[in-house]
Ligand binder design. Sequence first.
Ligand code: PEP
Ligand code: MG
Length: 567
Amino acid sequence: MLLGKGASPGITLGKALIVENETLNIEKKTIENTEIEKNKFLEAIKTSKEQLSKVRDKASKELGEEKAAIFEAHLMILEDPEMVDQTINKIENEKLNAAYAFQEIANQFIMIFEAMDNEYMKERAADIKDVSDRVLRNVLGETVVDLSMLEKSVILIANDLTPSDTATMDKEKVLGFLTNIGGKTSHTAIMARSLEIPAVVGLGDITDKVKNRDFIIFNGETGEVIISPNEEQIKKYKRLKESYENERKELEKCKGKKSVTLDGREVELVGNIGTPKDIEGLLKNDAEGVGLYRTEFIYMDRDSMPTEEEQFESYKKVLEGLRDKPVVIRTLDIGGDKKLPYLKIDEEMNPFLGYRAIRLCLDKKEIFKTQLRALLRASVYGNLKIMFPMISSLDELLAAKEILSETKKDLDTEGIAYAQNIEVGMMIEVPSAALISDLLAKHVDFFSIGTNDLIQYTTAVDRMNEKIHHLYSPFNPGVLRLIKMVIDNGHKENIWVGMCGEAAGDEKMIPILLGMGLDEFSMSASSILPARKIIRSLKVEDCKKISDKVLSMGSANEIESYLKNIL
Ligand code: PEP
Ligand code: MG
């Protein structure tokens, strides 16, 4: 049995499919027999055409002509004799290996299209990149997997899944994910929870241990993975799966009920989303709103900046989808483990401590203003609250608010409408912000505590690093003290305080947070009903005693075992 980090609950049994989405590392080689390389290349083109024709036919049957047209365009790129002829010439004249020669030529084409003025042509660069990736994998003899067109239900095995993998995949056919890297708060894990697909991450070398079609069982809660299980194990996990599913059914009873404690304290139980598509999961799980919309995904899955109009459409969709329920939209939080291929940022020694989020937005004001315009314009379609990420000083907060005011003035001048009562808040995810939360609270309408980052910055533990993951805990006494301080400081200034880090949905954390007086809990879709069940079973009075008790303890382990015992 292998043990990784349980990232998204659920028991899964099924066949493995390995997804090779790592960047290809192609070596330049000088070769003698150019004939072999030429044939290898032409064979790869032929295979790619066959694959794409199949995908196109399936798309046109199942997804409609619009989607099929994308693959038709990809086929046309392969039909273009220029790219093929130039590659053949390069192999012959420079005696190069097929993969290297083709990559060079494809990159030239990509660069030419990227440099064009016309937006439509620019986007074609992405198509060429997609197609050339397929051809290269075929030259190298790797399996090419189309996640949007899976034949059978499978468990995906990957080093890590990219946002575009998760965005395009056929959810119905994906039984689960297993990845080499990542922790509970890495973005693949967060994505798995919002799609309600069971997952285990941080397995180290699962891609080497598993072969395609291996039968696998795993538990997304405990992180246990069994490759080629025996009969007895299969029986045991089938039973576990059944009881997990019964438990989920039992939770359905919490739907339509208030998130209120036994002694009458009502809190807000809302959800985290990454794309407008995720609203479906939130509504299904009876979320009372959106506590965090991570807008960076609008920027990530593409090769140029999203326009104001495109952003406006996404925000509008979410606001309309939630009707009048509150929707907290966070401004761009790029950097750290989230990069934009088209925005060149110098290599950094410590990207999580680097040029990211609000720092980047305050520096690249045009990017920030475009987003704020789109947000303001969308505000008339629902109950929008705007939130700034990664604020580490009062100056940054004031600067961000100033740009928001400027943007409002621009819209006034242009006669464009926006809601007048938009609440503006900030994330507390940097210790310096938590420590001056008394001052910051005077300038915002709410705080939302981002424990995913607050833990890593407070304890100096990289949230992506499996080796030190035992040190990464919301129960670290230093982290708990900061959380208490932020809630108290917020309340002193009469603003509400929420939490949108993963800790908000942690069963053991909920009593502590209720005891400290947290007003809003924002989490992945699948955690909402379990959280409501817990909240409805507790008394604030008891929770206060619990939070006082844990605040007097000196170690995360001691706190966790105390909580395990009493709950
Ligand atoms: C956080 O840091 O807790 C948070 C919610 O933001 P993200 O996970 O997107 O960094
Ligand atoms: Mg964060």
